[in-house]
Design a binder for this molecule. Structure first.
Ligand SMILES: Nc1ncnc2c1ncn2[C@@H]1O[C@H](COP(=O)(O)OP(=O)(O)O)[C@@H](O)[C@H]1O
Ligand SMILES: [Mg+2]
Length: 182
């Protein structure tokens, strides 16, 4: 198998499981000898885009920068995984247009379940009206219509979800777990 770069673009609500699944994928890809980099929204927002907030304009800029870095990485043979909410269709479409090898992975988890999980306690605050731009509560999430892969994360264990993602990636022409020889 040739060295093959690709951007795996996760999108989904807060708490849907993007970071959880992305981290498992990173582990498995490294074990298979792939060069991989994770651009996790929460982390990116503490450095590359620390100057940005959550208005539509700032969210679009956040996604634009993440897309730019993943383009540079994936065109050089790296598997770039992005795990950011990316709520707006147009911003995702622009990332897709800019990146040659681009696979959108929609982590499709109902908001009721995300809110039950409430990993960071943010849904409780948002529902109490304390967070003005919280995706799914006080800010929009535009459901993807052209994602190559859709994963109902609440119907599978994280490891099963990751199995499904790799299976579908192979079918799309990205057999990323086959050992890299060149
Ligand atoms: N079946 C499941 N799939 C993925 N995550 C799950 C599942 N069940 C519970 N969780 C939990 O849900 C949370 C998802 O949070 P996270 O991965 O940070 O989401 P996101 O990055 O999309 O905001 C994690 O705490 C994870 O352990
Ligand atoms: Mg996350």
């Amino acid at each position: 198998v040739q060295k093959q770069g690709v951007t795996l673009w996760f999108t989904g609500l807060s708490g849907a499981g993007k970071s959880t699944l992305a981290n498992i994928m990173v582990e498995r890809l490294r074990s298979a000898g792939r060069q991989v980099e994770l651009l996790d929204g929460d982390e990116v927002r503490t450095n590359l885009t620390a100057d940005l907030g959550f208005s539509k304009e700032d969210r679009d800029e956040n996604i634009k920068r993440i897309a730019y870095v993943s383009k540079l990485l994936s065109r050089n043979g790296v598997v770039a995984i992005t795990a950011a909410i990316s709520p707006y269709h147009e911003a995702r479409a622009k990332a897709r247009a800019e990146i040659d090898d681009f696979v959108e992975i929609f982590i499709d988890c109902p908001i009721e379940i995300c809110a039950q999980r409430d990993v960071k306690g943010l849904y409780a605050k948002a529902m109490a009206g304390e967070i003005p731009h919280f995706t799914g509560v006080s800010d929009p999430y535009e459901v993807p219509e052209d994602a190559e892969i859709v994963i109902p994360s609440h119907k599978h264990s994280p490891d099963e979800s990751v199995d499904l993602i790799f299976e579908q990636l192979s079918r799309l022409g990205y057999p990323l777990l086959e050992m890299v020889t060149a």
